[in-house]
Design a protein around this ligand. Structure first.
Ligand code: GLN
Length: 472
């Protein structure tokens, strides 16, 4: 029996090197848990039928000396990241039969490193949602309390790691879709700097916001994955070239933490607020300086996000017309084919956002909404970068509320959107952010705090995250 609960990438790597178990034996352990738990949790939409042969194949790397830290490590992959030869549906009916014809760059990198792909995980349709309830393939349940949501949109990936159905996972972030499920499932989730990790081969939601983002049980696990995936990719026009990336410093020594207290006025669950204050006390006792900062424009982050994102969504989803990809409905003429295919192929939330996006981009409203949102986004970015001239890190709770019950908030989109209130600034400004487990409520529900750092300062996030693992 392998102790999957306490297994980390480094521990697995050492055991594989020492031949305490083989890649196949490790994968078999995860398959056992999958068999036991996936039908209830619905974390995976599909388990790949070649996982054991993948394991045998990468095992060879240990004999020929080419094994890396990720060789033999079982990954769960969100259903919007292309893996050649496998279905990739983005949680949508419109792509139910779409088989990827190439590997996303991140998959290529993981393949090179010898990672194992266990399967594809459930998600809110086209990554729109904060609870993994808008998937066309049913809801995913939270492993900590199956009557509750796992967070979203990468809820399947989070649930798979939290229930030991994979060691680590990839999700994607447009606005909190890895940090929020990390918070709800008691995990670490890292949203990298925009442009650090390639988006090539990832089904786009909001191109100016999206980043592939890792989940792990520890900060170190997310760091290892980030270090493998963070590199320039010529196939992604927004990938940042090497010479513009900040090089690692040996010691980050980030000691000054900014807290935008004025942003927490309403809507934060008192239990979460209390936990946040206690976490700040711990940092203070550990020698950190905690200062109050003001981010006056950031209070508009959510409003700005919910204009820019649907604008990009409506553009991105226009390619799903029933002719070029996936689900297609018959019709009398071309327009009817479009209407029927899109009307039946997209779920409610996707259709809502297409309408919103089309509206804010339409003639007569473009200046009032989209153009204004773009301007405020610049202000938000500027004020966050200015704040980093004075502090090393900015901290907030990750989500203002605790994991909620399945079915809740589904009829109230605005209440669902409010979950993203602390996530939006990092995606709008393109800065990295990490969600860290910060304890449990009396009822055993997980809570989380998140740090933001300046562009390409992921190292500071890993440092503070490891410190928090020690002192919390
Ligand atoms: N909750 C966000 C939304 O619904 C999640 C977006 C994301 O990060 N994929 O837009």
């Amino acid at each position: 029996m392998i102790d999957l609960k306490n297994l980390t990438i480094e521990k697995a790597h050492k055991s594989l090197l020492k031949e305490e178990f083989s890649c196949r034996e490790l994968v078999e352990e995860y398959l056992k848990v999958i068999k036991e738990k996936n039908s209830e949790l619905n974390a995976y939409l599909e388990i790949y039928d070649d996982v054991l042969s993948q394991a045998d194949e990468v095992q060879k790397k240990f004999s020929d000396g080419t094994a890396t830290m990720l060789t033999g490590i079982p990954f769960a992959i969100k259903d919007n990241i292309l893996i050649e030869g496998h279905i990739c549906s983005a949680g949508s009916k419109i792509l139910e039969n779409y088989t990827a014809v190439y590997d996303a760059t991140v998959i290529k990198e993981l393949k090179k490193a010898g990672a194992i792909f266990m399967g594809r995980t459930n998600m809110d349709e086209f990554a729109m949602g904060s609870s993994t309830q808008t998937s066309a393939y049913g809801v995913t349940r939270n492993p900590i309390d199956p009557s509750r949501v796992p967070g979203g949109s990468s809820g399947g990936s989070a649930a798979s790691v939290a229930s030991n159905m994979s060691l680590v996972a990839l999700g994607t972030e447009t606005c909190g879709s890895v940090r929020e499920p990390s918070a709800f499932c008691g995990l670490v989730g890292l949203k990298p700097t925009y442009g650090a990790v390639s988006r090539n081969g990832v089904i786009a939601m909001g191109n100016s916001l999206d980043q592939v983002s890792p989940f792990g049980k520890t900060v170190r696990d997310t760091e290892i994955i980030f270090n493998v995936l963070s590199k320039y990719d010529k196939n992604d026009s927004t990938s940042v070239p090497d010479n513009l990336r900040i090089k690692k410093t040996t010691s980050n020594n980030s000691k000054k933490i900014g807290v935008p207290w004025h942003l927490f006025k309403e809507g934060v669950d008192p239990v979460i607020m209390e936990n946040f204050k206690q976490s700040m006390e711990k940092f203070k006792n550990a020698g950190y300086e905690i200062v109050d900062i003001k981010l006056p424009y950031s209070k508009y982050s959510l409003a700005v996000y919910y204009i820019i994102m649907p604008a990009e969504v409506s553009t991105n989803l226009s390619r799903f017309d029933g002719i070029r990809y996936g689900f297609s409905s018959e019709g009398e003429n071309l327009l009817e084919v479009y209407k029927k295919s899109r009307g039946k192929g997209f779920g409610r939330e996707a259709r809502r956002r297409i309408l919103l996006g089309t509206y804010v981009l339409s003639h007569g409203y473009y200046d009032a909404y989209y153009n204004k949102a773009i301007k405020v986004r610049e202000k938000i970015k500027k004020e966050i970068l200015q704040a980093f001239e004075n502090v090393d890190l900015i901290v907030t709770p990750t989500v203002p509320i605790l994991p909620f019950k399945l079915g809740e908030k589904l009829d109230d989109p605005v209440a669902m959107y409010l979950c993203d209130i602390f996530s939006a600034p990092a995606n709008l400004a393109g800065v990295p952010s990490i969600a860290l487990p910060s304890g449990f409520t009396q009822n055993g529900l997980p809570m989380s705090i998140q740090f933001m750092a300046s562009h390409f300062k992921e190292d500071s996030l890993f440092d503070i995250g490891k410190k928090f693992e020690e002192i919390k």
